[in-house]
Write a protein that binds this ligand. Sequence first.
Ligand code: SAH
Length: 256
Amino acid sequence: MSPKPSTTAILSALPEEQDGLIALLHQPRRTTHAGREFWQGDLHGQPVVLALSRIGKVAAATTATALIERFGVSRIVFTGVAGGMGLGVKVGDVVVAEDFVQHDMDASPLFPRYEIPLYGQSRFKADRALTTLLLEAADSALRHINDGDDPWAFPDARVHHGLMASGDRFVSGAQEVQQLQSALLASGHPVLAVEMEGAAIAQVCQDYGLPFAAVRTISDRADDQAHVDFPVFVREVASYYARTVVEKFLGLLSKQ
Ligand code: SAH
């Protein structure tokens, strides 16, 4: 008999980003722990735990730690939405993280801006192998979603791969996003998207030596229109994207 495959945690920040995935679980079991709900079960023949990180870096770090310590997961994959920052990163596009930076970390002049004190680094890497699978899953999900006659199709949507910035702020102003982007760039961090959890989970996963990868659909451009674009996208599109990417990803993982 082949050994039981190791457990994958599928994490999102908001319920809308994970809507429908719980319904697909075989033999779902719900556990409440640390004020959060964790759903264990099988998805595409793979043992998974589904959970919501909640919003922001600390909440996400708590959830990631619980997944590792209490549920013994072997890898964490995040799927959610983000604000597009890079040139040509539009609503409906997908960004697969190559690495993460905490845009609100600033212990200067004691440490260089963006560097995590005592880590000697400002960026945390996504796992290469998981990221390769996510890129393939995102690519095929986009083709699937946008080739249909779905009212929410984004015919020009594309997959990007690069740096993601996380911080405890919903970035929603043209000037704000520009300032953030140029400050990051001045320190050598060309960011593609901004969100509120990824870099925290990446740090926890590095601490525990666990692979982590993240995929984010662009819900807004983090500009003056973000507060309008974000809720509509999250309500109408996010779960569809997430479900399609996760199913394709688990399909690829099971072939490994
Ligand atoms: N009141 C909202 C709060 C969502 S915060 C609600 O509960 O509906 C935004 C979430 O989407 C975070 O989890 C973050 O990771 C992501 N996100 C999307 N666009 C963002 C942006 N422009 N700035 C920061 N985070 C963004």
